[in-house]
Design a protein around this ligand. Structure first.
Ligand code: FE2
Length: 413
């Protein structure tokens, strides 16, 4: 297949891209087609590496309002309501909802997903179901699963055993929730346990870390130290870290040295954390997002996730990373032209680094032919106009094709 006339990642000039045997085989300003070669002429549209959602909860998706709506909007009521819903989980129920969410994500140009899966369930129903989903969708979406102890490791009966069992069953990533453990000591012990488990079992780490508006919540320094000392480094991701939005600047300055040394990644979830954050404030209300701009400026890898799609923590969500990105840029005060133009990295390349998939991700000769083509010339326009995903191509095959909408508008300028 020969794709003609695309602007690759906001390039000034168009390129032609050849795909053979599922891989990118040639990228040049002008490529002559072979006889009988399939040609798609895009006439000057934007080609990007596929979007990535590195943080979502596919086990809980599409359960908003069941058994009740989260009226307070707090993280803690979300956990309480999910705990009730969890009692009625079945294998088929999880699979059906997860696939429904994945279909939406795919339509919106996502090809790589990391889903947390609650393993504070003695039956591990959701994990068993999502392992099956991971296998069933593998030719279309690469799905990583995190063993996520929603109700704690030390603070939930047999928490350590459940985490170990989840790792042995095939979870790709080890998670945690230190700020939700009963005590700070439990939080620290949970981090030591989970980093050690990941190290022993050869897994990645992604911790829900300090997702609270409490400036005293400092699990991040422990996680970064463990990543540094264990040499797991960039295999470790700290998700949320919203407490950093409330840390004082002197402490944060000191912390940044450790963060850089540790090489850990960060994932902010701007849609969900602006919803959950600041809920215990009167005025001024905090924004609920970690220091994305400052982390990025310091050369630390930061990505955005959607986190929740219609569940007890967030009643909205449609699988479109452009919404998460737009919110992140607004809340993070990253609205300079170049900030916006280059912001696709927060939902693509930076996220791929978190997922540790950069070896097979990106528009480069020899890599799997995974890319999206958007109905715009550059990403500034694409984000502003919520441009359609004209094509999503995975392993050289068209996964999604969208016809641009046609509007008859008789407005006279
Ligand atoms: Fe999350």
């Amino acid at each position: 297949m020969l794709i003609k006339n695309v602007y690759i990642k906001n390039a000034k000039q168009t390129s032609d891209v050849r795909i053979e045997n599922g891989k990118f085989s040639e990228i040049a300003p002008e490529i002559d087609p072979y006889a009988e070669e399939k040609i798609i002429d895009l006439r000057g549209k934007l080609m990007l590496p596929p979007f990535v959602d590195p943080h979502v909860h596919l086990d809980a998706t599409m359960t908003a309002g069941d058994p009740e709506w989260n009226q307070s909007g707090t993280l803690f009521d979300g956990i309480r309501i999910w705990s009730e819903r969890k009692k009625t989980l079945t294998f088929e129920d999880v699979k059906k909802r997860a696939k429904k969410a994945l279909k939406l994500q795919v339509e919106n140009g996502i090809q790589f997903v990391r889903s947390h899966v609650d393993v504070t369930d003695p039956n591990l129903t959701a994990l068993r179901a999502l392992i099956e989903v991971r296998d069933e969708v593998k030719d279309q979406v690469e799905l990583q699963l995190v063993a996520f102890p929603q109700e704690g490791i030390l603070s939930f009966p047999n928490g350590k055993e459940l985490m170990t069992k989840a790792a042995d069953m095939g979870a790709d990533v080890i998670g945690g929730i230190p700020h939700f453990e009963f005590t700070q000591e439990y939080g620290v012990e949970s981090l030591k346990f989970l980093v050690d488990l990941a190290d022993k079992k050869g897994k990645l780490v992604d911790v829900h870390c300090d997702e609270i508006d409490d400036p005293e919540s400092r699990s991040l320094e422990t996680l970064a130290t463990l990543a540094y000392e264990s040499k797991l480094g960039d295999k470790v991701t700290a998700s949320h870290t919203t407490a950093m939005g409330s840390y004082n600047d002197a402490y944060t300055y000191k912390l940044f040295r450790l963060l850089k040394l540790s090489h850990i990644n960060f994932i902010a979830n701007p849609l969900v954390n602006t919803n959950l954050g600041g809920r215990f404030d009167t005025y001024p209300k905090r924004r609920g997002m970690t220091r994305v701009k400052e982390l990025n400026d310091a050369g630390i890898n930061v990505a955005f996730g959607e986190d929740d799609i219609k569940d007890p923590w967030y009643p909205m969500g449609n699988g479109n990373m452009l919404d998460a990105l737009s919110m992140g840029l607004h809340v993070g005060h990253m609205m300079g032209y170049d900030d916006i133009m280059n912001s696709y990295k927060f939902i693509s390349e930076n996220s791929a680094k978190c997922m540790h998939i950069s070896d097979h991700y990106g528009i480069e000769i020899g890599k799997p032919a995974d890319c999206i083509i958007m109905n715009s010339q550059n990403f500034y326009d694409a984000l502003n106009e919520r441009a359609e995903i004209l094509y999503s191509i995975h392993n050289g095959k068209v996964l999604v094709k969208t016809e641009p909408k046609r509007i008859t508008n008789n407005f006279q300028e």
